[in-house]
Design a protein around this ligand. Structure first.
Ligand SMILES: Nc1ncnc2c1ncn2[C@@H]1O[C@H](COP(=O)(O)OP(=O)(O)OP(=O)(O)O)[C@@H](O)[C@H]1O
Ligand SMILES: [Mg+2]
Length: 365
């Protein structure tokens, strides 16, 4: 029987790189790859407008050995999640990569990409240019000269340098890149992104950014930082994250404001921020997923957060809040469903506090 084979034109790589609508969206692919490589820090340098400087994305992740480079990186369209349990090996992060094509994203905005990766004492570099891709007829026949040298046995990480930025595209902007990354990576404590020397942080969110501090009898010092997005639609992951000693406790929430009629749900979805309250350490549950919610200390923080958010929403969206409230009052209701004032969230957890446990132990000793 006669046989036939598919062939893959090298243009495939260029076509795949054109899947992104902006350079900033394309650069996020490289950040996703750093996340998947269990990096703790990604440093991104963007060129000054109207210069011919490179775009550099450098991570301190696992890096790749030659074998990994060949079997993972150079394999197009392989599903990384098929070769893992869906989580990264060291940090158990949910893996972002799924299509096996994100590596070409950089070529959307640059004609030449240089990759250097270090793992287990070996440093490997290669350069891939759009021109090489265009002149080779079949991507499998394209030979990539590898520059292999030794590096320190502890060195690890990957650096992608993009040069010969394409003419006719808007220069990549640090601000737009921050906006692209903030929702997904703004809250990650073990994954720092530094763009042109400045770490990505909560103040990168578009909208009014407010910081309030307070001191409480049981909870001690607390700092609330938040922004109310000016976008028409709600945010993808809205809410206030409780941070205790630099670590997020559970998921972002509205601190009971969702149970009040004060702020319409539509407005709450524009809220993004965090409250730092290290004094709650004693009340954090062992799984670090909630706090003992009926503790005095936590109730003080809830009141602090609610009061400041209501005040902020009143000043930015007062009219909308009054109208929503008036509409509610007009609807006759069964007494049990009458609108109530803000009440603290119903305690969900009966988990034992790590700190409280520690304290009891200390008393026994
Ligand atoms: N910065 C990096 N550090 C270590 N390994 C990397 C890095 N970038 C890519 N890789 C390896 O190369 C593979 C291919 O990357 P690529 O971005 O093309 O696909 P993916 O991340 O698996 O899927 P997606 O197309 O959805 O991004 C990755 O799965 C990973 O094994
Ligand atoms: Mg990827």
């Amino acid at each position: 029987m006669q046989q036939a084979n598919f062939q893959v034109d090298s243009r495939l790589a260029t076509l795949l790189s054109q899947d992104y609508s902006t350079t900033e969206k394309a650069l996020k692919e490289l950040v996703d790859n750093a996340w998947d490589a269990d990096a703790e820090e990604v440093v991104i340098e963007l060129p000054e407008p109207l210069t011919d400087g490179p775009i550099v994305v450098r991570d301190d992740g696992n890096g790749m050995t030659r074998q990994e480079l060949e079997s993972h990186y150079l394999k197009i369209a392989s599903d990384r999640r098929m070769r893992t349990d869906g989580r990264t090996s060291k940090k158990r992060r949910p893996i972002k990569g799924k299509k096996g094509i994100g590596k070409f994203a950089g070529l959307m905005s640059a004609s030449v990409m240089c990759l250097t990766t270090m793992a287990r004492g070996q440093k490997i570099s290669f350069t891939l240019g759009i021109q090489d891709l265009e002149s080779a007829s079949d991507i499998e026949n394209l030979t990539l000269p590898l520059d292999v040298s030794e590096c320190g046995s502890e060195d690890h990480g990957t650096c992608v340098t993009l040069t010969h930025l394409r003419q006719g595209l808007r220069y990549p902007s640090a601000d737009r890149l921050r906006q692209e990354l903030i929702m997904e990576y703004g809250r990650q404590k073990d994954f720092k992104i530094i763009i042109n020397g400045k770490p990505l942080g909560i103040d990168d969110l578009e909208g009014e950014f407010t910081e309030v501090q307070g001191t409480f009898p049981d909870a001690g010092d607390a700092t609330l930082r938040f922004a109310i997005s000016k976008k028409k639609s709600g945010l993808r992951r809205p809410g206030i994250t409780l941070m205790v000693e630099g670590k997020a406790v559970g998921k972002p929430s509205y601190f009971g404001l969702e149970n009040s009629d004060e702020i319409p749900a539509r407005l709450l979805r524009k809220l993004y921020g965090e409250v730092e309250a290290d004094g709650l350490m004693d009340y954090v549950t062992a799984g670090w997923d909630s706090v003992i919610e009926n503790s005095e200390a936590y109730l003080q923080i809830v009141t602090f957060v609610q009061a400041n958010l209501v005040e902020a929403f009143r000043s930015t969206h007062g009219m909308e809040m009054r109208m929503a409230h008036a509409r509610l009052l007009r609807i006759p209701r069964h007494p049990a469903t009458q609108p109530t004032n803000i009440r603290p969230p119903i305690p969900r957890s009966s988990g034992r506090a790590v700190g409280a446990q520690r304290r009891r132990f200390a008393l026994l000793v």
